[in-house]
Design a protein around this ligand. Sequence first.
Ligand code: THU
Length: 143
Amino acid sequence: MNAWPPRSPLAELTPAEVRLVSAAKAVRERAYAPYSKFRVGAAIETEHGGVFTGANVENASYGATVCAERAAIFCMVAAGEHNVTRVAVYAEGPELSMPCGMCRQVLIEHAPKAEVIVAGPSGHRKTTLAALMPEPFVFEGAE
Ligand code: THU
């Protein structure tokens, strides 16, 4: 796996991808994670080139915690955007931190064709949201 940040021009990330992961890494510093101590940053890029970031916000009532990915999506929607082209997630742990199931469900509604880059200090992985969330719940109305 390539080291992060990639040092070699042969690293498989484009400059735009590196910028998005860097934004996720930077916003991670602002995570509020006093309970798990596991800080996560997410950055999403929209069809119009906008970049929105989010960090996990935990709560003493644990279930009220919001993940970084959803925080970024909420920020984007509040800004009036909807179509995500790329998602970057940055966390530091023994393994790359993949988006949780709830975040995949929320992401796919706004990012069905998005590329996903998951990164950490020792490397990164590129995939797609379609691969991570093959059969999402879709609400088509009752009856
Ligand atoms: N977390 C995220 O921010 N994103 C995910 O996709 C999975 C988990 C956060 C939530 C919680 O604050 C911490 O990681 C530990 O679960």
